[in-house]
Design a protein. Structure first.
Length: 375
């Protein structure tokens, strides 16, 4: 592999690391009997789908364009979910979707007649229990708009739906905490589960985390499925692509104002938005916990507080030096934007063979096309 001549900024996705995660997904499927569909809201870089498709059963989406992308580029089962469908959305997705999941009873009633001949319908339920480290990402937070609470349900809903969807985890690494929620669902919603054909337990279960007890998770899923005679689905996103991609940047200046700041040719606001939204500093491959040369890694955007992290290095940084911002796939490439008119990172795919494929690169015309067109 030779990346010396690649112009920063760029994403570099490692197929070998991707397959390591996918092999864990394969094991979970085999042991549990659950089906897994890729959550495109987290990762939609379809140039990697040929690697992922043999391991997963399809895709799940949060908007009409994701539905179409999954249908066209991934195949398998195509699950469509949205917090709110318009009539135009339904017309766009119903012919491509194996399952259409509604967020509310009113949405289900509004679109039932248009949908039920075309797909198996489902309803998102709010179990009022969750595991999410950030309140912003907690689907069962107070006054949540996501899903129907139990006290609004009655068994007449079973005349319209064949499945429920519970999404109540976000980077949950605690298998016992997940099993406790699963037992809560099993008990609280048992009168519905005995009639339903399928149940999606959403995403956010971090089963590819180092030393995660996949066998224990699989046993709990299998026991649940057999108890209620129901097909389970999981919707992994981050679990599939965690630790598979770096955002590679270059140091373009070093400024000092009590602290030294290395300015790089990228920005959290444009290229790594969750760093900014969730105040989760990036990790730099070249940094060292014992390093004696501290730096702020600052962006080249005009947003005053836009920085990737504060860290330290074994030697002073130099202009032109490349830095690798690790774990930059999930909820990163899907949120890229053109803030400040900054150059969009190219996307490269390092194959198992060591070959590097260019999946996409961007130019001024791509920036301009987002803003309008000449008549």
């Amino acid at each position: 592999m030779n990346t010396d001549n690649l112009q920063t900024p760029y994403f570099l996705i490692d197929e070998t690391k991707l397959i390591e995660n996918l092999e864990k997904a394969k094991l979970l499927k085999e042991l549990s009997g659950a089906k897994l569909v890729l959550a495109l809201k987290c990762f939609s870089t379809f140039g990697t789908f040929e690697t992922i498709k043999p391991y997963l059963d399809g895709t799940t989406s949060s908007g009409p364009y994701e539905v179409k992308l999954g249908y066209e580029e991934f195949g398998g089962e195509t699950h469509a979910y949205s917090v709110g469908y318009s009539k135009a959305d339904i017309e766009a997705v119903k012919g491509m979707s194996d399952k259409i999941i509604f967020n509310s009873l009113s949405q289900l009633d509004t679109h039932f007649d248009a949908c039920h001949p075309h797909a198996s319908l489902g309803l998102r339920i709010n179990p009022e229990r969750s595991m999410a480290g950030q309140d912003l990402a907690n689907p069962t937070r107070p006054y949540s708009r996501l899903g129907v609470k139990q006290d609004l349900l009655d068994k007449s809903v079973l005349d319209k739906v064949e499945g429920f969807m519970f999404h109540m985890n976000c980077e949950n690494k605690d298998v016992d905490a997940f099993i406790a929620i699963l037992e809560h669902i099993s008990t609280t919603f048992s009168e519905y589960l005995t009639t339903l054909k399928w149940l999606s337990l959403g995403g956010g279960i971090f089963f590819t985390y180092p030393d995660y007890p996949i066998e224990k998770l699989a046993a709990a899923l299998k026991a649940f499925s057999e108890k209620h005679d129901i097909q389970l689905y999981l919707e992994p996103g981050e679990a599939i692509i965690t630790r598979t991609a770096d955002l590679v940047v270059s140091v373009i200046d070093i400024v000092e104002n009590d602290k030294k700041t290395a300015i790089v040719d990228s920005a959290t606001e444009a290229h790594r938005l969750d760093t900014l939204i969730y105040d989760e500093p990036a990790s730099i491959r070249e940094a060292s916990a014992s390093g004696k040369f501290p730096y702020v890694i600052g962006s080249c955007s005009c947003l005053a507080g836009d920085q990737f992290c504060e860290t330290q290095f074994e030697a002073p940084l130099e202009i032109g030096q490349k830095l690798h911002l690790m774990d930059s796939a999930g909820y990163t490439m899907v949120k890229l934007n053109w803030f400040n008119g900054l150059k969009m990172p190219s996307i490269y795919y390092q194959r198992v063979s060591g070959d590097i494929e260019l999946l996409n690169e961007f130019a001024y015309q791509d920036f301009k096309a987002t803003l309008g067109k000449r008549t």
